[in-house]
Design a binder for this molecule. Sequence first.
Ligand SMILES: [Zn+2]
Length: 94
Amino acid sequence: MGRSHRRAKSFMRINCPHCGGKAAITSRHPQTKTAVNLYCHCRNVASCGATFVYCLALSHTINPPVNVTAQLAATIIRALPAEERAKLRGMVDL
Ligand SMILES: [Zn+2]
């Protein structure tokens, strides 16, 4: 009987930079709050078996957190002259 593993599906697939085969992440070592080194082992053990490290780092934010967006909107609205704020109230449900 084969082994069965219930593993969480990962969005990340690592391929070996040497043979192109699948690799497993064996450990994670955070470098900063937004960067981590991923220690990997090529699963193509018979003909490769290389070990290597990938660096995973945050590139940029696409949408800021909701509270940041609200704070930005409030800052912009407060900077408007009173008449512009009144116009804005007519445009949106404030
Ligand atoms: Zn390999």
